[in-house]
Structure formats: C-alpha cells, structure tokens
Write a protein of this length. Structure first.
Ligand SMILES: Cc1cc2nc3c(=O)[nH]c(=O)nc-3n(C[C@H](O)[C@H](O)[C@H](O)COP(=O)(O)OP(=O)(O)OC[C@H]3O[C@@H](n4cnc5c(N)ncnc54)[C@H](O)[C@@H]3O)c2cc1C
Ligand SMILES: Cc1cc2nc3c(=O)[nH]c(=O)nc-3n(C[C@H](O)[C@H](O)[C@H](O)COP(=O)(O)OP(=O)(O)OC[C@H]3O[C@@H](n4cnc5c(N)ncnc54)[C@H](O)[C@@H]3O)c2cc1C
Lengths: 601, 265
C-alpha cells in the first residue's frame, strides 16, 4: 500500500487497524508455525483431554448431565487448563494470549463443553482477574483456577441484549450500609444451573451501571429453569432472579458506575477468543466429513472422489486456514504489546486490557468471520453426509445446530459489523488511523489509472496485489460513504456492514499471504499453501467487488456513481485460477493428513 | 527410592506408515512421534511409587536430539530429571540393553521399569537382556488385579507393591492362563503390560516446570559400550494387502470352504 504507518517502519508493534494501511508482510505475524515447544505441548495435552475425556461423553453432556460437566471442569482444572489467564500470584499460570487461544481451540471440539469452559474461564473468571480487588482475587481466583468453583457472567436481560447497558436490574445500598440489595432479573446465563460465582451487572440507584460478585445461595437470589435450546443443549442456560437479593458490600466489582468498562473489555477479549473457539470444531468437522466421504459409496464410487464433494472439502480447508491465520496473528499482536511487561506490576491488568482494546477491530473481525466460517463449514459437512447429516446419530447434525449460537452471542454479528466500520472511523477522527489521507492517495492513483505493483514478485504477487486492492477498495468505499453521509453514516447500516465485509476479507487475505511467505522463509513457497491463498483470493475478490458496488449504489447516484464504479473497477485486476487444479492440490494434502493439513501438533 | 524408567521415541500409531520403495526403512517425512505407550505406563507407575515411598523418577532415552521431546514429556508428567544417550546409528536390542546397563550402573536405581515392548518393532527383549546383564531379578508383563475403572486406579495407587523396608517388590504378571505373582529382591527390572495403569496427562504446570529440569547427555563412547549391531535389518516390506472377504450362504458351505479351500479345519 501507499502509506506504511510509522510503527511498521520503526519495527514497533502496529496499532489496531493498521493492517488496512500497511503493506502485506511489512510486519512479522504470529502463526501456528511459530508456536513454541511449550505451546505445542500445552496444545497436545488439551487436545488429548478433549478427544479422550470430552468427546466420548458427548451424548451424556447433551442430555444435560450437569454433574458430568462440573466434573469435567474440575478435571480440566487438575491439568491446569483453567489457569491460563489467572496470574501466578493467585493460583494460575499467567500465560500469554496466544496460549489462551490455542487452548480455547483445543476445547472447541464439543460445542456444549466449549461454551461452558469458555464462560467459566473467560467471561466468568476474567472480570475478577482484571477488576477485582486483592481480597476478591484471593478469595475466588485460586478456586476458579482449579475448577473447585465455577463462574458465570450475567449481563443480558429480557429488555437488554445488544443494548447491553440498558439493564433494568437495580442495586441500592442497604440502610445500614453493609449490603447491596439487588432487584431485577437476567436472561440466558451460561453455567447458571451449577455455577457458584456470578458476575452480575446492575444499576446502582437505577442509573449507575456497575458490576457485582454474587454467590450462589445469597438470600433473595434464585436461578430459574433451563432454557430448551436449538444447540449446545448440554450447556446450562437459565434466567436469574433477584428479589431483594442481599450481597455483602465488599462484593462490589470495580467502581460504582464503571460497569461498562468491565462489560466492554470482557466482550473485546471474548470476541478475539471466539475466532479460536471455532477452529477446533471446524477442523474436526473437516476430518469427519472427509472420513465419511471416503467410506460412503454411491454409483460404486466413494463420494470423496466426486468433484462437488472435493470442492466442498477444499473450501472448508481454505476457510479454516484463513481463520487460523487471522486468529493467531491477532493474539500475537496483544502478546507483542505485552512482551516483557512485569506481570506482578500493579498496572499489569490495566495495560493488558488496553492492549486488547487496541485490537478491538481485529477482534470483532475474528468474531464475525470465525462464526460465519464455522457456519459454512458445518453446512458443507452436513451436505457431504447426505441424509445421514440430518440424523441425530451422526455428530455433524449436532455440530450444525451448535454452530448457530456463535453468530448471536459475544455481540451479534450485526453489532460487530457496525463496530468494525465504526471503530475505523472513530480512530480516524482520533488521528490514530490515516483513513482520509490514504483514501486521497488511492483516489489520485485511480484517477490517474496508476496502481502500485506488488512489492514481492513471487508466486503470490497477484494475491499480494489483490489483498492491497481489497484494502484500497474498503478505504475508498468508506471514504465515499463518510463524505456523503457525514454524521448520519451511523444510520447507513448496510453500507457500513458492506465495508466491514470487505475489511474482513482484506485482513484474511493479507494474513494468509503473509503467513504463506513467512512459512517458506528463504525457501520455496509451499504449493498447498499457495493453492489455499489463491483459492481464497478468488472467492474474496468476487464477493468484495460485488459488495462495494452495492454499497456505492446505496451511497451516491447518477454520474457521480458511474465515476466511482469506474474507479473501483480499476482495482479489480485479479485473474482467477482454474479452481479444479487448486482444489486438487489442497485435497491431496488433506487426504494425506486425514484432515486439516497444517496442524501445529 | 530411585526409579529409572525408559522413554523410547516411536511412530505415532495414528500416522500412516509407509515403507520406502527400496525397503531400507520407513518414510519418515510427515510422521508424528510419541513416547512408547508401554514406557508411558512405566513412567506413571514410577511416579505413583515415589509419591507413596518418596524418591525420584529418572527417565532415559536413546537416540538423536529429537528424543529430548519424549524426555520432556516424561519430565512434564513429573519425572525429576532425564538421561539422554545421544546415538543416531543403527542399534539392536542388545545394544540398547548394553547402554541401559551402564546407565543403571551409574545411577544405581532400586528399580528399572521398561515397557514390555516398543510399539514400533514389537521386540520384547530389552528388559530381559538388561536383567541378565545386570544380574538382577526380573518381572516381565507387570499388570494388576484391579480394573482400570477401579477406585485404586482413580486414586493412583501403585500396582507394584514394595516389601518390608523396600527390599523387594511384588509384581502381578499377566500370563497365558491368568495372573501370576512374583516377588523380586531389589534392585530389579520390571516391564509393564498394558493394563498396569492409565498414565496421567502432562499438565500445563508440569510442562512449564519440565522446561527447567536437567537432561544429562551421554554417548555410547562415554559409557564405553560397543553398539555394533549383531542383528541386521536386511529389508523391510509392507504386509501384502488383505484380499476381500466373501459371504457364504450357510454354515455347511463355510465348513466346506474352511476344510477344502483354506485347509484349516
Ligand atoms: C445459548 C446462549 C448463551 C448465552 N450466554 C450468556 C451469558 O452467559 N451471559 C450473558 O450475559 N448473556 C448470554 N447470552 C445472551 C446473548 O449475549 C444475547 O442473546 C445477545 O447479546 C443478543 O441479545 P438479544 O438476544 O437480546 O437480541 P437483540 O439484541 O434483541 O437482537 C435481536 C436482533 O436485532 C439485531 N439488532 C439489535 N440491535 C441492533 C442494532 N443497533 N443495529 C442492528 N441490528 C441490531 C441483532 O443483531 C439481532 O439480529 C446467551 C445467549 C444464548 C442464546
Ligand atoms: C428427513 C428425511 C426424510 C426422507 N424421506 C424419504 C422418503 O420418504 N422416501 C425415501 O425414499 N427417501 C427418503 N429420504 C432419503 C433421502 O432422499 C436421501 O437421504 C437423499 O436422496 C440423499 O441420499 P443419501 O442420504 O444416501 O446421500 P448420498 O447419496 O450418499 O449423498 C452424500 C453426498 O454425496 C453427494 N453425491 C452423491 N452422489 C454424487 C454424485 N454422483 N456426484 C456428486 N455428488 C454426489 C451428495 O450430493 C451428498 O452431498 C429421507 C431423508 C431424510 C433425511
């Protein structure tokens, strides 16, 4: 790209959103190829736990065997799987975020378990790690680290889901000042049936949004009946009721009126983690679909040899590769910011939260892209199974239902799409991202019909160029919309969502090309990775230019529209490849590995 | 008490094994490796014994730099330290036993635990050779009476029982017609069968700690062992692919075919 941000040049960690303005490959990214020996060993243990302890129990879990789920959490605790994000001083391991994500990946082979594990270690435990005072940390964290206590997180209410701060639950200090008295209710709370510790949000005096720690058994606090869900049926999801519920004064979490800081920061990290939390499931579904297709014969032929089956398997693999490349790149950014920081320092949590917030755009991308990639993968997997894919006996039927929730929680995909485009604009206004300057340069180049060539002239030069052009496309489209609509742009949700879609494809393609080159080092590019990059670029291009045209049509009219469309067309240089050749290269690797071919362990 | 346990690096049975076209060995590219499962059972038993009686588990492996991976795995499970005999050339079972003999003489353990065999070449010889070389008692195929679902197993009770003053070990062995119990004076050599225990996973804190545990490097030369193999592998070949089965209409046809075609009854 034309404008490389200063940080990239100076070798510092790039700021959030910088990928849209930096050259492909200008900053080294974290990838599974760079996992340390310890990280690989952690991953092995976690995968062994998932495949030997969790998957064989899937049916019991789905029958809502809460005792089993609790027991699994305790066993996971014995192995240290619940300790990763908890500091050493409080019974944890205080490991980096890449490790936390790869464990989340390994836990995601079974949907209900994955959500239960995630609610405990993530949204349940982290508010206390990040915002608890010393006494609260000492009281709860060592037991949450071992699974002796189980945590839940209660933000959503009947009247406030996406509008998270619209809570009606109210907290007042008791007349003697010793207790908080809570009134109201919460809805859809994961782990509720068996959790011991609930992080609950309520408005102090009806207007100051605040976090509290509520223990099971507090007077006036009850857990309602289980919801009957479409998927992740083995996880517990219940409403909570507070009727003059009394909790000790010291169970205030953080400060009165600062609950939004807890809620939003927990969400940021949850979104980043969701990218990893779909990866394990996707890889498992790819493997199962492949094995099924190799066994299943129709017309005296294994269906794995039919081109349309092969096309699906290759598409699944390419999507997994893209999500994986973005996921660990993003966690690597957070880790890079925190590298060398003193984990025992008083401001460590504050710095960590800021580092995660810095990459909120990337995290929202992970949330949306990851959950939708999972959706495509399970859909293809069901289709490959034919009628069997629709029958409960086959695990893919459950995986299909389980996948759906990912587009809804941790902020719906609509909300996250608005955030991606919205944060790009906000950070532009704040001056940390150069949207308008770069858009100006792009416009000039397009007017002059002058387009910079790829920096590296290798087999992926065309994909590098395509990635750069997708970024230009996103920047250009967003600029036109911002200029046209001004402050009113917030109401133009389709345009913003479209820009978000292009930004996501750009981040994915940039990550895939960068990873492929990095993996080769000084040597030859790997043919399978190149094929995946090409296949991804082909799909991303087709959909992105169609989207950009739609967004422009919804933004300007008449001659101006014609002019913009003509300019955008100049970016669309990419010549697609023979998809049959690409998928064969990919599938041979998949067949050899009996599944995803680039596993870290 | 000090327990020496072996940790051989073997091909992961989940990997697809292919013989090289020239029969000189197997194709190693793309293969995954792990600790020999019987050795892993040995490490587990050692850890249970020292948890009960005190002492340390020392693990030993022979091979190139890559076997450190299996040593780290055993250290992450809880072994105290490791001995790595750095050797990359050909090696037969007697050579392995010779090297282990010298390591045992150096370490002076109360007990050496090995897998009854390694799942790569399934030889089932090293433990027996080693006991002979050391002149110690041996108990092969150690198993246990209780099932792997029992309370004992859940509570990680060791299956090997130490005698009074830790001077002997009582071993239940799996033999063709049931279980036999042996009592061996210490020091002794024990080899493990599959149903001795369920090995623990390497926990995350265990993996972290393993990073700083020592691995001592030795070589056949340092141990003064001549490892020139007495057994030579001439050629490897895949077993011929199995022919497709057939369905027979009734028992009479089955008996007829078994008698006259297969000639087995
Ligand atoms: C299985 C399960 C587990 C859950 N676990 C927890 C938990 O542990 N803790 C917890 O606090 N919550 C939990 N939730 C709640 C979850 O976070 C919410 O369901 C989610 O945030 C959506 O809120 P909502 O259901 O009220 O939908 P709504 O917010 O009513 O959304 C309905 C639709 O409107 C759209 N929409 C809303 N606002 C906008 C907007 N401004 N612009 C465009 N579109 C918009 C949404 O995208 C969506 O498509 C869970 C939910 C489920 C189903
Ligand atoms: C709820 C339900 C109700 C049903 N009701 C009836 C009913 O009332 N009566 C009845 O007779 N049947 C019924 N069926 C069966 C249904 O018609 C079959 O499941 C369907 O025809 C697919 O066949 P299959 O399941 O054997 O899948 P397969 O044929 O094995 O297909 C598996 C996959 O391979 C692909 N494939 C197969 N052949 C080729 C090829 N040549 N080229 C490319 N791809 C190929 C398929 O597209 C699919 O993706 C029902 C099934 C379900 C699930």
């Amino acid at each position: 790209m034309a404008a490389v941000l200063e940080q990239a040049r100076s070798g510092a960690v790039p700021v959030g959103g910088a990928f849209l303005f930096n050259d492909v490959g200008s900053v080294r990214i974290t990838t599974p190829e760079l996992f340390t020996e310890e990280q690989r060993l952690y991953l092995k243990t976690a995968l062994q736990f998932s495949t030997e302890q969790v998957l064989p129990q899937a049916e019991k879990i789905e029958a809502k065997d809460n005792a089993l789920l609790r027991d699994l959490l305790r066993r996971a605790g014995e192995l240290g799987l619940l300790m990763i994000d908890i500091p050493e001083a409080h019974g944890g391991l205080g490991l980096d975020k890449t490790t936390s994500l790869l464990i989340a990946e390994a836990m995601s082979l079974q949907g209900s378990w994955s959500v239960s594990f995630g609610a405990h270690t993530g949204i349940g435990t982290l508010p206390i790690v990040w915002f608890g005072n010393e006494a609260q940390k000492q009281k709860y964290l060592p037991k949450l680290a071992t699974g002796e206590l189980v945590a839940a997180y209660a933000l959503t209410e009947q009247g406030s889901g996406s509008d998270a701060l619209g809570a009606r639950t109210k907290a007042v200090l008791s007349p003697d000042g010793k207790e908080w008295i809570l009134n109201g209710s919460k809805l859809y709370i994961t782990n509720a049936a068996f959790a011991d510790v609930f992080v609950v949000f309520a408005k102090v005096d009806g207007d100051k949004f605040t976090g509290f720690i509520v223990e099971r058994g507090s007077p006036g606090f009850t857990v309602g009946p289980e919801e009957h869900k479409m998927g992740i049926r083995g996880s517990s999801t219940c409403p909570l009721y507070f009727e003059d519920a009394r909790i000790p004064r010291e169970n205030l979490l953080g400060e009165v009126g600062k609950g939004h800081k807890i809620a939003f920061n927990i969400l940021n990290y949850g979104r980043l983690k969701l990218g990893a939390g779909v990866l394990g499931g996707m890889k498992l579904q790819l493997r199962n679909a492949l094995l099924f297709a190799q066994e299943r014969k129709q017309f005296q032929t294994a269906i794995a040899s039919f081109p349309l089956t092969r096309e699906k398997l290759a598409r699944m693999t390419t999507l997994i590769h893209a999500v994986e490349s973005m996921t660990y790149r993003t966690s690597g950014l957070v880790d890079a910011v925190m590298a060398g920081a003193d984990k025992t320092a008083a401001d460590y949590s504050a710095r960590l939260i800021a580092a995660i917030e810095e990459y909120a755009i990337e995290s929202s991308i992970m949330k949306v892209y990851g959950s939708e990639a999972l959706g495509y993968v399970v859909d293809d997997a069901v289709q490959i199974h034919g009628g069997a894919g629709y029958i409960e006996e086959y695990p893919v039927e459950r995986a299909y239902r389980d996948a759906r929730i990912n587009r809804i929680f941790e902020g719906t995909n609509e909300i996250n799409r608005m955030l991606i485009a919205g944060m790009l604009l906000k950070r532009t206004m704040k001056g940390t991202l150069p949207l308008f300057e770069v858009a100006q340069a792009v416009d000039e180049d397009l007017t002059a019909e002058r387009l910079p060539k790829a920096r590296v002239q290798d087999e992926l030069a065309a994909e590098e160029q395509a990635a750069e052009n997708l970024k230009r496309l996103a920047i250009y489209t967003l600029k036109v919309a911002a200029e046209t609509f001004g402050a009113e742009i917030e109401q133009r949700q389709e345009v913003l969502a479209t820009v978000a879609d292009i930004v996501m494809d750009a981040y994915a393609l940039d990550s895939v090309v960068t990873r492929t080159r990095q993996a080769a080092g000084e040597g030859k590019l790997d043919a399978v990775r190149v094929a995946m990059a090409r296949q991804f670029a082909t799909e991303a291009n087709v959909q992105s230019y169609a989207r950009a045209r739609r967004a422009l049509c919804a933004t300007v009219k008449g001659d101006a529209l014609e002019e913009h469309l003509a300019k955008v067309a100049r970016l669309e240089l990419f010549t697609p490849y023979d998809p049959v050749e690409l998928r064969e290269t990919i599938l041979q690797a998949v067949e050899k590995a009996s599944g995803y071919p680039l596993s870290a362990v | 008490m000090k327990i020496l346990v072996t940790a051989k690096r073997v091909e992961d049975p989940e990997s697809k094994i292919k013989v090289k076209p020239d029969g000189s060995g197997i194709v190693q590219e793309g293969l995954k490796y792990k600790i020999n499962p019987f050795d892993e059972i040995g490490v587990e038993e050692g850890l249970r014994l020292v948890a009960k009686h005190g002492g340390e588990v020392v693990v030993v492996s022979i091979g190139g730099k890559e076997v450190q991976e299996q040593l780290r795995h055993a250290l992450a499970m809880g072994a105290t330290r490791a001995v790595w005999v750095n050797h990359t050339g050909p090696l037969d079972q007697m050579g392995v036993a010779g090297l282990l003999q010298k390591v045992a003489e150096k370490e002076k353990p109360d007990l050496v635990i090995l897998g009854k065999q390694a799942i790569d070449d399934d030889q089932n010889q090293v433990g027996q050779y080693l006991a002979e070389f050391l002149g110690w008692g041996q108990a092969t195929f150690a198993s246990k009476v209780e099932s792997l679902e029992s309370e004992q197993e859940k509570n990680k009770v060791p299956a090997l029982q130490m005698g009074a003053d830790n001077k002997s070990v009582r071993v239940v062995r799996e033999v063709d017609n049931g279980l036999a119990t042996l009592e061996c004076a210490l020091p002794a050599v024990v080899t493990t069968d599959l149903r001795l225990n369920l090995p623990r996973y390497a926990s995350l804190p265990g993996i972290m700690k393993a990073k700083s545990k020592p691995i001592e490097e030795l070589t056949p030369a340092k141990l003064s062992v001549d490892v020139t193999p007495k057994v030579q592998v001439l050629k490897m070949a895949s077993p011929p692919p199995r022919k497709a089965g057939i369905k027979v209409p009734d028992v009479a046809t089955l008996v007829d075919k078994l008698r006259n075609e297969a000639k087995v009854v």
